[in-house]
Design a protein around this ligand. Structure first.
Ligand SMILES: C[S@@+](CC[C@H](N)C(=O)[O-])C[C@H]1O[C@@H](n2cnc3c(N)ncnc32)[C@H](O)[C@@H]1O
Length: 528
């Protein structure tokens, strides 16, 4: 997500409404949705040579009325081929990865999670993103990036605000009632035929209310707002648009969107999506990927790089979706998820509750800062998965990854590592292998002495990825084996990267590869 949206952490807003290149049509039943964009081009999955793609730029254009004013999208044409893609192809080629693939994913209506500022007046609310470099909110009712259910829910919210005289927040004065709204779409409804699930997605609405808590005088108005929307978009309507409504209370004058206090108001409390082969629970307070379908594609590719029975550590794990998807699909021996935001734990726990019970995997979630003493997290794992924020890896983690061999040679844990492993308080361990000696805060000795042989890096920040990648390669500790790109944010100058590094400089492997047709990097997943 390449856009500087002032001080606020609203996501950038790539493009249009709702059809992918897969020729789905708009839901006839969803009220208030924008008119359909021009017919989309045929399915487009570039998997061989991204440069040779034959789709014309006009057929993959944004066609969004907000493009000039909204800061969300930076590119109007060639949504299937972000300009940065050429640079990515060249970068990977220059470091020896010639079979880089790119999945252009769904080009319109892909955004299933949006945080929108609410400004203006009750009669004419503006609900959208900041204009670049300002705090002026641009109303984007026909955003082509949004899942159409989001646009429909925004429309309903505006009606409710006008009817009930709900005042939008005024940043200068600190007055008003509704500050932001987060809309998240679930496309997981097993009572619908699979082909209809995406377009009939339902919206979890989180209203960020300018008061301290439920006992504030304006709470009655908040309830009225929620009820208004529920009556018109809830389960009793022909088109069930709204999944649930939450309140978040925030009075701070800074630019942080959410306060710490949440309250579930209406609808189902649990919100499920299905990605990477598992049911995933998401609470409104934790990180969730905006592009559900693209994330699913990435996860399915990622799974192929993790051997059955591997021991995995998932760093920057959020609610552990990646780690848990691997636990279920790769029958991992153990999966440790490490995440700094404690809010993600609840979603993690719920997701675990729906994992297949056949899985015999030790699964744990740890609230921890990866930048502080990262080494203990790496030790004992065959595969390290990192999915950092846009700024890339914390330097301490990068250093630890660059110097694994020196630790291996010592065959001893550094004192601080040993201490940390032994004193960690109550990691959240869910399941244990019967044979494991692994218990709260202690790792089995065999795990302690093993070191990762595969590093899977998922990046949403191209510039930081390039730097981290070069640092890893220059250490000769890792070589890059495979790289894939995903169009997570069509219309922006961004590419999501899935990069697979293997231990060692890769020189010998490459030499052997050129001699034989196919070679499996032997021992790649074994312990050193
Ligand atoms: C790009 S998100 C990935 C989340 C998760 N892998 C997913 O796909 O749902 C990055 C995550 O890293 C977490 N994070 C950021 N800095 C961290 C740190 N120093 N230590 C641990 N987690 C961190 C954030 O809270 C966020 O959940």
């Amino acid at each position: 997500m390449a856009l500087a949206i002032s001080l606020l952490s609203l996501q950038p807003r790539p493009s249009p409404s709702f059809f992918t290149c897969h020729l789905t049509s708009p839901s006839p039943g969803i009220p208030l949705s924008p008119p359909p964009p021009p017919p989309p081009p045929p399915a487009l999955f570039l998997s061989q040579d991204p440069k040779s793609n034959p789709i014309s730029s006009s057929s993959c254009a944004l066609h969004c009325p907000h493009f000039q004013s909204c800061s969300g999208c930076t590119h109007e044409y060639n949504l299937h081929h972000p300009p940065i893609l050429d640079e990515a192809i060249e970068f990977f080629r220059s470091i020896g990865v010639s079979n880089f693939t790119f999945d252009s994913c769904r080009l319109w209506g892909w955004r299933c999670r949006a945080k929108l500022a609410v400004r203006g007046s009750s009669i004419k609310p503006l609900i959208g993103l900041y204009e670049e470099g300002t705090h002026n909110v641009v109303d984007i009712p026909e955003c082509k990036a949004h899942h159409p259910s989001i646009n429909a829910a925004v429309d309903l919210l505006k009606q409710a605000m006008a009817e009930l005289n709900i005042m939008p927040y005024d940043e200068d004065k600190g007055t008003g009632e509704l500050r932001y709204v987060q809309m998240a779409v679930t496309t997981y409804n097993t009572s619908l035929p699979a082909a209809e699930r995406y377009r009939k997605g339902k919206v979890q609405i989180a209203l960020v209310w300018n008061s301290r808590n439920e006992s504030s005088p304006s709470f009655g108005k908040l309830n009225a707002l929620a009820n208004y929307m529920w009556i018109r978009g809830g389960p009793k309507r022909e088109v069930h648009l709204i999944h649930s409504i939450w309140a978040n209370f925030q009075t701070s004058t800074n630019n942080v969107i959410f306060g710490n206090r949440w309250r579930h108001l209406l609808g189902e409390r649990d919100f499920w999506e299905h990605v990477g082969g598992i049911d995933v629970s998401m609470v409104p307070s934790s990180f969730g990927q905006a592009n559900t379908r693209a994330f699913d594609s990435l996860l399915r590719k990622l799974q192929k790089y993790v051997p059955y029975g591997a021991s995995v550590v998932d760093l920057y794990a959020g609610a552990g979706v990646i780690g848990l998807s691997l636990a279920a699909t790769r029958k991992c021996r153990s999966v440790k998820c490490v995440e700094v935001n404690k809010e993600a734990k609840l979603s993690f726990e719920k997701t675990v509750s729906r994992l297949p019970t056949t899985s015999d995997c030790s699964i744990s979630w740890h609230q921890a800062d990866t930048s502080k003493e990262p080494l203990p997290w790496l030790m004992g794992s065959d595969v390290v998965v990192v999915d950092p924020p846009r700024k890339g890896l914390d330097s301490s983690l990068l250093t630890a990854l660059q110097s694994l061999s020196s630790i291996k040679i010592k065959h001893n844990l550094p004192e601080s590592t040993e201490r940390k492993v032994k004193t960690e308080k109550r990691p959240w361990i869910l399941r244990q292998r019967e044979t494991s000696t692994h218990s709260d805060g202690q790792m089995a000795q065999d795990e302690i002495q093993s070191l990762p042989q595969t590093l899977i890096y998922i990046s949403c920040g191209w510039d930081s990825f390039k730097e981290d990648c070069m640092s890893l390669l220059s250490s000769k500790e890792w070589h890059l084996d495979k790289a894939h790109g995903y169009n997570f944010f069509p219309g922006t100058q961004s590419v999501e990267v899935l990069a697979v590094f293997k231990r060692g400089s890769g020189v010998n492997i490459k030499r052997k590869k050129s001699g034989k047709k196919k070679r499996i990097t032997s021992g790649a997943f074994g312990h050193p």
